[in-house]
Design a protein around this ligand. Structure first.
Ligand SMILES: Nc1ncnc2c1ncn2[C@@H]1O[C@H](COP(=O)(O)OP(=O)(O)OP(=O)(O)O)[C@@H](O)[C@H]1O
Ligand SMILES: [Mg+2]
Length: 378
């Protein structure tokens, strides 16, 4: 059992820097959880506190049901893989992998069995006699993972382990790590600032910003039901479009209005948005949920707006169309065959079933999980 629980965990550094604030998190046994967020948001600090490499200033951390605040790193039954791999240059791959077990006085044949088993699993059995400098970046990365595996820890902690690899290798290693998780069946906590890596690796994702956990959810939920403007803008490429404006009462119901567009608020989310009438909000819609009117049959009333095409980026099977209105700029994803002329005015259709309304002052998503009936009562 290696459930990792953070309860109101905080970390301040000398000089008044609050790197982590009131972090509450339950990482379940055998779960693959990814911590993601921009540089400096407190990901590494959180991971290092779990590892015991950094003291906790507030709250408690438990691993496997036991509070570990005062337990030294070596007694926590966890293994950490760092971005720079931290291999011993003068030791062979075999020695690098065996080192931790030797320190713990494992019998020689047990060490040999574990090292060979891990090497086999990672496809590095032919590299065991080499020194790290004679390895490629990807191979070094495998050795670093191998060194963690041989320990058979209750939990693995990874701090941006793929960031020194080129794009293609990163994708390959990502798949391998996923396979490894399925095979080892251990708890894994993985830190990255790359949202695509987070989305593809994590069973659940923890989004952090400025030392605070913003949302903990499954990848698809983060994408569909972001809790706030930060998460909505961080997850998804290109990010969600935001239209600043107000909610107004019209004859047919509530509408979003920004002085250019008037977008009907669907009945489903009307009760959640009602309280924000006459207050500043942002209407959020993802680029893939904006369509060119020319390719849509009969759009529902209140779902369209005029916009000017500024730039078109062809990406192969799809294209990104950069649009502007007198009020703001936004992006629309179209299929490659859909032609649009740069400099022309087009009419776009917003998928009203996918729009969100954010409170401008707080960034809170008023419509998060309202459609699925899971919205938290406020
Ligand atoms: N030893 C330290 N002393 C003082 N401040 C620190 C220390 N370590 C980290 N910080 C500060 O704490 C904050 C969080 O740092 P942390 O390394 O956890 O960020 P991160 O999310 O891992 O960022 P990155 O993606 O760049 O690795 C930053 O503002 C950083 O400057
Ligand atoms: Mg970091």
């Amino acid at each position: 059992m290696a459930e990792v629980v953070l309860s109101k965990v905080g970390k301040s550094f000398p000089g008044g820097i609050q790197a982590v604030k009131e972090a509450d998190l339950v990482v379940r046994d055998k779960e693959f959880v990814v911590l993601v967020g921009p540089s400096g948001c407190g990901k590494s600090t959180t991971l290092r506190m779990i590892a015991g490499l950094e003291e906790v200033t507030e709250g408690t951390i438990s691993i496997g049901g036991k509070v570990v605040n005062e337990v030294p790193p070596k007694d926590r039954d966890i293994a950490m893989v760092f971005q720079n791999y931290a291999l011993y240059p003068h030791m062979s791959v075999y020695e690098n992998m065996a080192f931790g077990l030797r320190l713990r006085k494992y019998p020689r044949d047990e060490i040999d069995r574990r090292v060979r088993e891990a090497a086999q699993m990672l496809g590095i059995q032919d590299l065991l006699d080499r020194k790290p400098k004679a390895l490629s970046g990807g191979e070094r990365q495998r050795v670093a993972v191998g060194r963690a595996i041989v320990r058979k820890p209750a939990a693995f902690l990874f701090d941006e382990p793929l960031s020194n690899l080129d794009a293609k290798l990163r994708v390959e290693m990502r798949v391998e790590l996923k396979r490894l998780h399925a095979r080892l069946q251990s708890t894994m906590i993985y830190v990255t600032h790359d949202q695509v890596e987070a989305m593809t690796l994590g069973e659940r994702i923890v989004v952090m910003n400025e030392g605070r956990i913003q949302q903990v959810d499954e990848p698809i939920e983060l994408y569909r039901e972001p809790a706030n403007e930060f998460v909505a803008g961080f997850i998804g490429t290109p990010p969600m479009n935001f239209f600043p404006g107000k909610i107004e009462q019209a004859a047919a119901g509530l509408v979003f209005a920004d002085g250019h567009a008037r977008i009907a608020i669907p009945a489903e989310i009307e009760p959640a948005v009602k309280g924000a009438s006459d207050r500043e909000v942002k209407l959020g819609v993802r680029p893939e949920h904006v369509y060119d009117r020319a390719f849509v049959g009969a759009p529902p009333p209140g779902s369209t707006m005029e916009a000017r095409v500024e730039v078109v980026e062809a990406l192969g099977d799809e294209k990104l169309v950069y649009l502007s209105t007198p009020r703001c700029r936004f992006i629309c994803k179209m299929e490659a065959h859909q032609k649009v002329g740069v400099g022309t005015e087009i009419e776009v259709v917003l998928d009203l079933n996918k729009i969100h309304v954010f409170e401008a002052a707080t960034g809170r998503n008023l419509t998060a999980k309202v459609r699925t009936g899971q919205a938290a009562a406020v």
